[in-house]
Design a binder for this molecule. Structure first.
Ligand SMILES: C[S@@+](CC[C@H](N)C(=O)[O-])C[C@H]1O[C@@H](n2cnc3c(N)ncnc32)[C@H](O)[C@@H]1O
Length: 238
């Protein structure tokens, strides 16, 4: 789809370039329509979203409609083991845990204690604190620990959403940890459109662009790049 000058449906495709909607999409009537007519947000997710919007870094929070889409993927593949690399205040970790059966587990990787402290009471309030295993340290360390613990090939779903410069490393570790037919969802692959023509000094855009091009050729996976939020790639392990 062409992203700009969409005269038939003004606003469609724009969401990939304006960042995340946070279920508001105030400037985009089509995105607002999508949210109004499809979002079914659990009441504790609503409370967590509103609490997160008070944080100066709330732009980092996943868009609600994107979290719901990933929760539905979790349901579709009957996932019981998921990893989130970059939990922030826990909106998506909570959304995934709510979509899983009682024996489901989300391993949530987050380096900042402030964010872990915000997330934890909401996990408890939603009654899913036993389903979310927060690993409060550098994400790569946890991924290596999971592999060392013999968990390679056992995860159903991974969401990569931490420091963009390390995405390729997270991707390779995730591919090790995921089972055949499992899904790796990679966020911000469009980086507000900057991946199209990365500036010479823009190392983040260059890294994301390089990963996008690597995935396109990667015969270990099937691939879709979606114009959702800031761009979401879905990788299915062959
Ligand atoms: C875009 S936010 C994640 C948003 C989150 N997935 C959600 O559902 O709202 C990225 C998070 O990754 C964390 N992070 C950055 N580098 C990290 C690292 N090396 N290890 C673990 N977490 C990291 C940041 O502290 C931040 O909270």
């Amino acid at each position: 789809m062409k992203h700009s000058n969409n005269l038939r449906n003004p606003g469609v495709g724009k969401s990939a370039f304006v960042g995340k909607s946070h279920s508001g999409g105030k400037d985009d009537p089509v995105l607002q329509y999508v949210v109004n007519n499809s979002l079914r947000e659990h009441p504790v997710l609503t409370k967590l979203r509103l609490r997160t919007l008070e944080d100066p870094w709330s732009i980092m929070m996943v868009a609600s409609e994107q979290a719901q889409f990933m929760a539905n993927l979790i349901r579709l593949i009957n996932a019981t083991k998921a990893i989130e690399i970059g939990m922030y205040t826990g909106y998506n970790a909570l959304s995934m845990a709510l979509a899983m059966p009682e024996n489901g587990r989300v391993v949530a990787l987050e380096i900042e204690d402030t964010y872990v402290d915000i997330a934890t009471p909401f996990f408890k309030e939603a009654g899913v604190e036993n389903k979310i295993d927060v690993r409060h340290q550098i994400g790569m360390k946890t991924l290596n620990e999971l592999i060392a613990a013999g968990e390679a090939g056992t995860y159903d779903f991974v969401f990569i959403d931490a420091d963009k410069f390390n995405y390729d490393r997270y991707y390779e570790k995730s591919l090790e940890l995921i089972r055949t037919g499992g899904i790796i969802a990679i966020d911000n692959v469009l980086w507000s459109g900057r991946v199209v023509n990365p500036a010479p000094g823009d190392l983040t855009s260059q890294a994301l662009d390089a990963l996008n091009k690597k995935l396109h050729k990667d015969q270990r996976i099937d691939l879709s790049m979606l114009i959702v939020g800031d761009g979401l790639s879905l990788v299915i392990k062959r």
